[in-house]
Design a protein around this ligand. Structure first.
Ligand SMILES: C[S@@+](CC[C@H](N)C(=O)[O-])C[C@H]1O[C@@H](n2cnc3c(N)ncnc32)[C@H](O)[C@@H]1O
Length: 149
């Protein structure tokens, strides 16, 4: 993942690997691209130079916008549905349900890397983790929960 900018005002991070319009392919793997959204102009103006200085502008598309309208804009393009690998929201709590509903359309189902893209030495680990995740999902002793980090 790209090095995070020092000051943390990025509120919605959508990590994408597979948008054919935006990713840079290297062999089987694509370089990740992050879409970061913040409504606050001041935060945007403070963060953008940090991203530029770190030479990671090609990896982070930083948008100054309300999260809701940025997500709706993403959803208007059908190509964006189900292509994001990861979403992190740390914004205005009152709209979390709305963000959640939109994220479900944006984030892909079945996020593990295709087997043919995994190094031979890592293939057993990949399989163990897939099996462990399945086990956890069906284990009635535990609940999957949101982690406040
Ligand atoms: C609690 S801060 C979190 C920032 C960062 N994740 C951190 O840990 O430092 C919340 C951020 O969400 C932004 N924000 C609040 N409401 C927003 C909205 N509707 N759309 C986009 N950004 C919003 C604020 O400008 C602020 O930068």
């Amino acid at each position: 993942m790209a090095t995070a900018p020092e000051a943390g005002q990025l509120i919605a991070l959508l990590l994408k690997l597979t948008n054919p319009k935006k990713t840079i392919e290297i062999g089987c793997a694509n370089i990740m691209q992050i879409i970061a959204i913040d409504l606050d102009r001041e935060a945007y103006e403070m963060e953008l130079p940090i991203i530029q200085k770190a030479n990671i502008e090609h990896k982070i598309n930083f948008i100054q916008s309300s999260t809701l309208s940025a997500l709706d804009e993403l959803l208007n393009e059908n190509d964006n549905r189900g292509i994001f690998d990861f979403a992190f929201i740390d914004a205005d709590r009152v709209r979390y349900q709305k963000y959640h509903e939109r994220m479900l359309d944006l984030v892909k189902v079945g996020v593990s890397m295709p087997e043919e893209c995994v190094k031979e030495t890592m293939k057993p680990n990949r399989q163990h983790i897939i099996e462990f995740n399945k086990f956890l999902a069906s284990d009635t002793h535990v609940q999957i929960s949101q982690v406040p980090i």
